[in-house]
Ligand binder design. Sequence first.
Ligand code: HEM
Ligand code: NAG
Ligand code: NAG
Length: 404
Amino acid sequence: MEGGARMIVTIFIACSIFLPLALAKLEPKGLHVGFYENSCPQAEQIVAEVVSEAYRKDPGVAAGFLRIFFHDCFVNGCDASILLDSIPSGEKVEKDSPANGKFLRGLEVIDTAKARLESECPGIVSCADTLSFATRDGSVLAGVPQYNMPGGRRDGLVSRAADVVSNVPFVNAPIQQIIELFVRKGLTQEEMVVLTGAHSIGVAHCSNFAYRVNKYNDTFQIDPKLNDVDSAKIKSACQRQVSNEEIEKTTLPFDTQTPFKMDGGFYTNLLKGTGLIESDQAMALDPRTRPIVERLAEDEGKWLNQFGRAMSRLAAVDVKTGSEGEIRKKCRSLNLENKGNTGIAQNLGKTNNDEDPGKLDKVEDSGKSDNDVDASTHVNSSDVVQSDKKFDSSRTFDLGIKLA
Ligand code: HEM
Ligand SMILES: *[C@@H]1O[C@H](CO)[C@@H](O)[C@H](O)[C@H]1NC(C)=O
Ligand SMILES: *[C@@H]1O[C@H](CO)[C@@H](O)[C@H](O)[C@H]1NC(C)=O
């Protein structure tokens, strides 16, 4: 009895210390469902309308939003930094990173939604929330049961291509490293597998899987995880005797049966060994993640509900709230007041009071330079260390495959 009582006290103390910590992670400061209830009650409705209109024309936008959103949240938090076309310092922005590159789709839809929000509620709804709502709505149209998406995020003032590589997962990174990345963002191993089910829709470009059938590594010409049918499919898609530009644009769907439907087929396919990108297949083989894949494959309804919950957790990663950041007027550029000295000071982490304001025009014009963006997220596994210096995109676009 004594021991039992002591144990209860111990558990109580442990809970009172650790539970608030755990909850603090789950309930980030300032975010809540219905954030615009009073300030712009029609906000979520406006986004929903714009998204469903865009989805009717091209259901691929749902996948586009999910990927933009994931890469926004993992790189300096869900703060719409991925949407910026330029920053006052003139540095390359997140969009310019090879890991985002030309592969982002759905950006124009966010612009449209934001323009409508600005005309109805000027200066109220952040781009970060616009993207969050659009991503939720797209996923719901693709088959996820309706779920709540909290609002209250503010838009970031910084966007740097150099921050991307160490914060997004790569297709040939060891599972251990991908797990560590998700854990670093406050998400669990389970949530990692649940969220990656987003690959139930959308496409990948040859540059992210062609290496699996072409000099995979020193021992294997072809990734041994790949079956014959799929490797033949990849070869014929990515090794056509056409120009490199043509191959660069070539995509395959993650899920060939239902490429626009969020369904459990993604996990059952992984268990059959037909994962298109290496990291997905590796997830179904790794002893830490395989049981999760098996569970999710068995119960599609459970996965879909878990997906909604995990999305609102992803949507809270490193958010800016309160008076941090700003509410951008246009998602592609900082507000004028933050383009000046403050913006530059914050971007470079130093004060820069002597900055010639005339320089700003030039910065805007310089925009994004596309030339050295070749948009591959496959890197040499030995290089998948947390260093952007090592990431040389010219080296990774290894599609010069010569077939008979
Ligand atoms: C676990 C590690 C992950 C890796 C290594 C990874 C990697 C990739 C790669 C290489 C592509 C193809 C890009 C292209 O070639 O166009 C892709 C696409 C995509 N990813 Fe992931 N991803 C991961 C997790 C996630 C998560 C957590 C989400 C969202 C919650 C997500 C959502 C998507 C979507 C929807 C697409 C398709 C985009 C489109 O069709 O335009 N991914 N991912
Ligand atoms: C090649 O890949 C296989 C399977 O992933 C692995 O077991 C092997 O160690 C790799 N070989 C080299 C030389 O990296
Ligand atoms: C990594 O890239 C270098 C440089 O292109 C290449 O020589 C090496 O064989 C690659 N290693 C692997 C494991 O692909």
